[in-house]
Design a protein around this ligand. Structure first.
Ligand SMILES: Nc1ncnc2c1ncn2[C@@H]1O[C@H](COP(=O)(O)OP(=O)(O)OP(=O)(O)O)[C@@H](O)[C@H]1O
Length: 872
């Protein structure tokens, strides 16, 4: 008797049974199977795009029990929604092909591409900070320092992309995400394209109208794609600072949905700024948002604009260095070598994941690589991009012993990458120079910041002799500080390096050479007028703008390039240094591996996983993907099922016999070819056909005969092929369920053969039955019992018992013989009647709920036989 769980009372704690039930409930919920896709557990939906849903994912495996599983975003694309050679397909492959070649901290990282029979999964780095668009909406607008930092990241990513010969062509707020440290990530590379330095003009207008450069919309002429990307960056920068999009105040087009009007307005109306945007960023915006692409600032010039000076060292990291760093990051991600102890006691920086500095102050910092600090970072006013050296680097450095989760979750964070660039530069140096034998423990690097250098690199890492001894004694920590120093008017590239004890002359942190030659940045905060009362209601917020301009352009004159100049072109260059930064990019693209953007040339790992078919909202389990079940798994399943089926063997045997009979009728009706299996015994009733098909698909052994090439199945094929399909024309591959049931039937046959009763007794009984039957056939009254009579004939076992020796060894042959008899015209109708009963009871339900019905039907069959034999 089950105990009734006691209620939760006012005084008492939950009773034990209650607790137990709660526990078991939670246990069962824990045990609930995860939805998986390849090596990932699939979680909730992060967002939805043109191609489908983007789901959260966790890696199933982690290197140790302490490890937090890696989080990813999986863009799931249903394969059946991508027609071959369609625009959609091209877009997907472009995105994958481009991402494969991009390794930048501000470009979403492609982890891998997986596929199964239904989905392509683009596994991306997870941007936990969410959509940038929403971030701005929430804050209404960004503070200038934050906007500057994020814009520097955007420009750095775009610059890198351009250096690879790629243009994004759809840069907009909606295609920017944030990581958990509020670093920008450029995503959605569906419109990406490659350009060649000698012919970089493009014809296809892409992007979103509010962000698309005027030349894309108002002319049909080829455009310079990189300049179009810069325009979009300008719109984004404006939106960050203003909290709304530029040229969003046309009274005739308040919602901006008339693209023609919008662009007429853009090209004819000078750019306006709200009061709270300071002169320096205004200057940059005026330089970028120039309608004439020829007069528009280049990305290289943008990098050098005065507004971005605080982030110059970060912006100076060359594209090759990002690639180099990324390679090393891969190595760093590898687990430690066997025998290497994990340095769990490694000191962690207080400047790590959190966005507060050592004093606990909130800062607009970029990321820190937590595992790589050994000393607290000296408090600075504003750290934009700080990196640190490992305290005790070892030869293991490339295969870091630090567990990945101890590091910053974004392992290719800008900071760590910058760090890695430093480390790599040093390594290269060591590789090409003989080791220095000095025992000096000194700073590793001396930064030679050369703002006026003609080299595209603004600073170089040149290890001094003193630091060439051993890697392990090199450094305690190095911080590249790019913040403007109060009052100094100079940028400090600070280092917390200690002065060499042997007097190598390397300075202490505070005295590391500053970028004295740089223009002093403006004390932006001081200059920004406070406009707390600015009426934001006057402006609408940035709105999502995701439509293709080419398809909706209504601009009147499409033959002319815009010539209007909202910004004073003379002003456009004011304030930005004409340095060589980015020179290499503006002059030509970097060498890169050649790859096709359009070709579906993607290494997709084929994966299994019970990823849910997302019908409706996609968050509910609909059904598993059956066809990805491996053969081996299949067989394991079958044998398990077979064992389970033992107890139903008799029932199955009987059922099988009946079903087989039904099929046999159909085959005979269809003629010798036996291919028109859709026709029922009567050959007419569609309804009946359906039912019959249903039962046959569940029970028919002939269909399983074309199953896998296992010896057993081959054998089955030979046997059943001779029985039911002499022409052997059955081509339909059976479903797993069919095979499963066939196997069950096979097992039941074996077991029934084993349980075969004594033939002599049975044979005599049969003789009696036959005699009785013939008597009844001749008697009109016996019509009532015709069903029973034909049952006896239809029951292969009964027949088999009459021919014990011949058919003993092969129950199928025995069934076949009886079925041949059953197919005699005089008996057909009766058999049809009987099988109709069977079919209607079984096939009325779906295949899923067929099992309980099978049992009840079987029971009925048994009961029927029992009653019948009792009567006899
Ligand atoms: N790496 C990621 N991390 C977290 N969320 C993401 C990530 N990538 C995409 N998302 C979420 O999924 C949404 C849709 O993604 P995305 O825009 O890349 O899809 P899409 O199919 O390319 O759509 P579209 O081309 O229409 O913009 C995003 O708006 C974002 O909210």
């Amino acid at each position: 008797m089950t105990s009734v769980p006691q209620r939760h009372t006012y005084y008492g704690a939950p009773t034990s049974s209650y607790t137990q039930s709660r526990q078991s409930a939670s246990y069962s919920s824990q045990k609930r199977k995860h939805v998986t896709f390849g090596p990932y557990i699939v979680g909730s939906t992060l967002g939805e795009g043109e191609f489908g849903k983007v789901k959260m994912g966790w890696s199933k495996t982690s290197s140790s029990s302490m490890d937090v599983p890696k989080q990813v975003a999986i863009k799931l694309i249903r394969r059946d929604t991508i027609p071959k050679n369609s625009e959609k397909e091209v877009k997907i492959y472009r995105e994958i092909n481009a991402l494969k070649h991009l390794n930048h901290p501000n470009i979403v990282r492609l982890e891998e591409v997986l596929q199964n029979s239904k989905y392509i999964g683009i596994v991306l780095e997870y941007a936990s900070g969410g959509e940038f668009y929403k971030y701005i909406q929430k804050k209404r607008r960004l503070k200038e320092s934050a906007a500057c930092r994020l814009f520097a990241q955007l420009i750095s990513g775009v610059y890198y992309m351009h250096s690879k010969g790629l243009v994004h062509r759809d840069l907009k707020l909606e295609n920017l995400l944030l990581d958990k440290n509020e670093n920008l990530l450029i995503t959605d590379f569906g419109f990406v394209n490659e350009f060649l330095p000698e012919n970089e003009l493009m014809k296809t207008s892409c992007g979103s109208p509010c962000y698309a450069a005027p030349e894309l919309v108002v002319t049909a002429r080829p455009y310079e794609a990189r300049k179009a990307d810069i325009w979009s960056c300008g719109v984004i920068m404006y939106a960050m600072l203003a909290g709304y999009l530029p040229w969003d105040d046309d009274p005739e087009n308040p919602d901006g949905d008339d693209i023609g009007k919008l662009y007429r307005y853009i090209t004819r109306t000078p750019l306006k700024f709200p009061d709270y945007i300071a002169p320096v960023p205004r200057d940059l915006l005026r330089a970028i948002l120039v309608a004439d692409p020829k007069k528009r600032i280049t990305i290289a010039q943008t990098l050098h604009h005065q507004w971005l000076q605080p982030h110059l060292p970060f912006l100076s990291v060359m594209p090759e260095e990002w690639d180099h760093v990324s390679k090393n990051q891969e190595l760093l991600r590898q687990p430690p070598q066997k025998g290497e102890a994990v340095n769990s006691a490694r000191p962690r920086s207080n400047c790590s994941v959190s966005s507060t500095n050592s004093k606990g102050e909130k800062r607009n910092s970029l990321i820190m690589d937590s595992s790589l600090y050994s000393q607290p970072v000296p408090p600075q006013q504003s750290q934009s991009h700080a990196v640190a050296m490992p305290s005790s680097p070892s030869p293991r450095l490339r295969q870091s012993p630090v567990k990945s989760n101890n590091r910053h979750s974004r392992s290719n964070s800008a900071a760590s990458i910058a760090l890695q660039a430093v480390v790599d530069a040093e390594r290269e140096y060591h590789a090409t120079h003989p080791p220095f034998t000095s025992s000096a423990s000194t700073s590793a690097l001396q930064f030679e910041v050369s703002p006026h250098s003609t080299s595209p690199r603004l600073y170089t890492f040149s290890p001094t002799k003193a630091n060439q001894n051993t890697v392990t004694s090199l450094r305690d920590s190095v911080i590249i500080e790019t913040s403007p120093q109060k009052g100094s008017g100079a940028f400090l590239i600070a280092s917390s390096l200690k002065e060499s004890p042997n007097g190598t002359g390397l300075p202490e942190a505070s005295s590391v050479p500053t970028t004295s030659g740089f223009k002093a940045p403006l004390a932006v905060k001081a200059q920004v007028p406070h406009h707390g009362t600015h009426n934001l209601a006057l402006h609408r917020r940035p709105r999502p703008t995701s439509y293709h301009p080419a398809s909706c352009s209504t601009f009147g004159d499409t033959s002319q390039a815009p010539t209007s100049q909202p910004a004073v072109s003379g002003e456009a260059t004011t304030g930005h240094t004409q340095a060589n930064i980015g020179k290499s990019t503006s002059q030509g693209i970097m060498h890169r591996d050649s790859f096709s953007m359009n070709k579906p040339f993607v290494d997709m790992q084929i994966v299994a996983g019970d990823l849910i078919k997302s019908g409706g909202d996609g968050d509910t389990v609909a059904k598993k993907i059956h066809d990805q079940v491996e053969d081996a798994d299949h067989r394991v399943d079958l044998s398990r099922q077979r064992r389970q089926s033992q107890r139903y063997s008799v029932v199955y045997d009987k059922l099988f016999g009946v079903a087989q009979q039904s099929e046999d009728n159909a085959v005979e009706d269809a003629g010798p070819g036996g291919s028109t299996v859709e026709r029922g015994a009567s050959g007419t009733s569609v309804k009946r056909d359906k039912k019959r098909f249903s039962i046959m698909s569940i029970y028919s052994p002939s269909r399983s005969s074309v199953d896998s090439g296992s010896p057993k199945n081959e054998d089955k094929h030979k046997r059943t092929g001779s029985e039911n399909n002499p022409s052997g024309s059955s081509k339909r591959t059976p479903s797993r369920q069919e095979s499963l049931v066939n196997d069950q039937a096979d097992t039941s046959r074996k077991s029934s053969a084993a349980k075969k009763p004594e033939p002599t007794k049975q044979a005599s009984t049969l003789k009696e039955v036959k005699a009785d039957a013939s008597r009844k056939t001749s008697n009109p009254i016996s019509k009532q019992e015709s069903l029973g009579q034909s049952s006896v004939h239809g029951d292969g076992k009964a027949e088999a018992r009459a021919e014990p020796e011949a058919n003993k060894k092969n129950p199928t042959v025995q069934r076949s013989a009886s079925l041949k008899k059953a197919a005699k015209p005089t008996q057909t109708r009766k058999k049809v009647n009987r099988s109709s009963v069977m079919v209607s009871s079984v096939a009325a339900g779906s295949t899923e709920n067929a099992r309980p019905r099978e049992q009840s039907t079987a029971k009925r069959v048994i009961d029927f036989f029992k009653r019948r034999s009792m009567r006899l």
